[in-house]
Write a protein that binds this ligand. Structure first.
Ligand code: B12
Ligand code: SF4
Length: 507
């Protein structure tokens, strides 16, 4: 265990409370505060965490449900066949729809006011939504007050991973600022790191004292230990999360389809780990490779990962989701060797690139070590576009990898993309046919088509002309969020104008 850097004296130390705001997926805890707590506790910081999202969603469903709702949530939180859970989920889903139609149109189960928050043009609009009382307020304030009164923090750190947690995060800040003056409020997380880097609007500072980008380990340690902003902090390449303060019994599945693989995100209690930080490839033209969480690659020793798997397995937690950008094949091999050597009985899945290094032998080893599924990008499923976007794979090389996973009986979910610059309608149709063919051959079990989004941190945004597009200039005076960029084609496309009406398709 590392101790605090010498500069910190005990009187400078602050008590920290880390909060997950509503609303997020209900099946398993979102892992940001757990990772931060794990790191900070190991350095002697007095830190507590609470997942307010799950508490709030449960209270809402119980308040608007009937006498069977509690039982239903308990059933969805336990082990049961998928079909039975799907039927139970439909009842909960109807309840959520009723709440949305009759009480608060922003309530979206695992997201709140996401439509507004996906591209916040003007902070004023967000602020109005934060001030307006809705379905979140009463339960949120109840659980927030309980946490504040119990922990009595000097510092409150709020995690904001997605747009659907933004209103909840600001509601937390508003309440704390009014009721607990003197408590310092910090906001961080994936949404903040991605969308708020260019913020010039000062109104958000009425809510949070600081907006912190990228990994929270060093900045939070400095804040809590009273260290200077440039004090060196050693962060190991692998951080073991700490789930203290999290009640696993609160979480429940929402099963939306009969597809086992598609359901992995919304069902099951998974301990989420980050095997390697950043992406070892970090070259795809559409990806946010300029952000450190993708661009700065760091790989730990396999033993560090396996020690954590072993420690959780000892507590009876044996199911893991590696939320990496792309698990590096060399590390995966070494972690598998450790799992097998230690005889760990674990089950896990995670994101990969369909990299030729995933050979049939490695895929078999992964399956023996407990890997049940991999997710990875086939993007536009077209060789011309894969080369243009610098994906580093071809359809033939990817298919070889898919065959290796198939032979090892590891399921595959593919991420796909449409409306990539220069993509023609004919290419889109061919891609759809190709992907359906993969499914028919049993090479993928699930997939999802996302619309291409041009983001400010991607290589395309730096060289739009290479992709035949022109980026539209932002007109705002005061910037709050900036991420997705509007663009136009540099010349009439002639080859088809994309397929705007496509919906996400799951197999
Ligand atoms: C796995 C994942 C998913 C999964 C699982 C989600 C879940 N509920 O668990 C799925 C596929 C379902 C998903 C869905 C979506 N996702 Co996603 N997802 C991720 C991914 C790859 C990993 C998340 C994770 O678990 N990270 C591990 C934890 C430990 O890291 P972390 O949360 O970032 O926390 C660290 C720092 O951010 C910071 N930090 C966190 N909190 C705090 C708080 C304070 C005070 C401080 C100082 C620091 C700090 O310190 C932590 C440790 O370093 C990230 C990218 C990434 N690598 O983070 C995208 C990401 C979070 N997703 C993103 C998006 C956009 C979405 C969707 C909205 C996509 C969509 N259009 O549907 C949905 C929203 C889902 C929802 N419920 O609202 C964006 C969010 C950025 C943004 N623009 O808002 C990210 C960053 C990817 C990206 N750049 O596009 N996602
Ligand atoms: S898209 Fe995936 S493989 Fe490509 S750079 Fe981003 S994280 Fe890495």
């Amino acid at each position: 265990m590392n101790s605090l850097p010498k500069a910190a004296s005990t009187c400078d130390r602050k008590r920290l409370l880390l909060l997950t705001p509503p609303l997020l997926q209900t099946n398993t805890p979102y892992p940001a505060t757990m990772h931060l707590t794990g790191f900070l506790r190991a350095r002697g910081i007095d830190v507590q965490q609470r997942d307010l999202s799950i508490k709030v969603v449960r209270d809402i469903l119980l308040a608007y449900g009937n006498e069977t709702t509690d039982e239903l949530l308990e059933f969805l939180g336990g082990p049961a066949p998928l079909e039975e859970k799907r039927a139970a989920s439909e009842i909960i889903d109807d309840l959520a729809r009723g709440i949305r139609d009759g009480v608060d149109s922003e309530f979206g189960f695992s997201r709140y006011a996401e439509h507004l928050c996906q591209a916040v043009e003007d902070f004023g609009e967000l602020e109005r939504r934060v001030r307006r009382r809705g379905i979140l307020d009463v339960p949120l304030e109840r659980h927030l007050k309980a946490a504040m009164d119990e922990v009595k923090p000097d510092l409150v750190g709020v995690a904001c991973p997605f747009p659907g947690t933004l209103v909840g995060a600001f509601k937390i800040a508003r309440y704390v600022k009014r009721r607990y003056p003197g408590v310092r409020l910090l906001l961080g997380g994936g949404y903040v790191s991605t969308e708020l880097r260019e913020m010039t609007d000062t109104r958000p500072l009425r809510y949070f004292d600081r907006f912190l980008f990228d990994e929270g380990y060093a900045p939070l340690l400095r804040e809590a230990a009273g260290l200077a902003d440039d004090a060196p902090v050693d962060v190991p390449p692998f951080v073991a999360p700490c789930y203290d303060g999290i009640d696993w019994d609160d979480y429940f599945d929402v099963v939306e389809t009969d597809n086992y693989v598609t359901n992995l995100w919304n069902s099951g209690k998974w301990v989420k780990l980050v095997m390697a930080r950043g992406c070892y490839w970090h070259r795809c033209a559409f990806c946010d490779v300029r952000l450190p969480y993708i661009g700065c690659f760091q790989m730990p020793e396999a033993t560090a990962v396996a020690d954590t798997l072993e420690a959780f397995a000892r507590q009876g937690l044996r199911r893991f989701h590696f939320v990496d950008e792309a698990m590096p094949p060399a590390l995966v091999r070494a972690v598998c060797d450790e799992i097998l050597r230690r005889g760990l009985e674990v089950e896990w899945w995670g994101n990969v690139r369909f990299d030729a290094a995933f050979t049939p032998a490695l895929a078999k080893k992964m399956a023996r070590a407990g890997c049940i599924c991999v997710t990875g990008g086939l993007e536009c499923a077209n060789d011309r576009l894969l080369a243009l976007m610098n994906k580093g794979i071809t359809l033939a090389s990817a298919e070889k990898v898919l065959r290796a996973f198939q032979a090892a009986e590891i399921f595959v979910h593919a991420y796909l993309m449409y409306d990539f610059p220069t993509e023609t309608k004919a290419e889109q149709r061919a891609a759809e046919r190709y992907v359906k063919g993969l499914a028919k051959k049993g090479l993928i079990q699930s997939c999802f088509w996302h619309r291409f989004a041009l983001t400010v941190h991607s290589p395309i945004a730096r060289e739009p002309e290479k992709f035949g597009i022109v980026i539209e200039k932002a007109k705002r005076r005061r910037v709050f969020a900036r991420n997705e960029l509007a663009f136009a084609y540099a010349a009439a496309r002639g080859r088809g104008d994309g397929c705007r009406g496509w919906q996400g398709i799951m197999l």
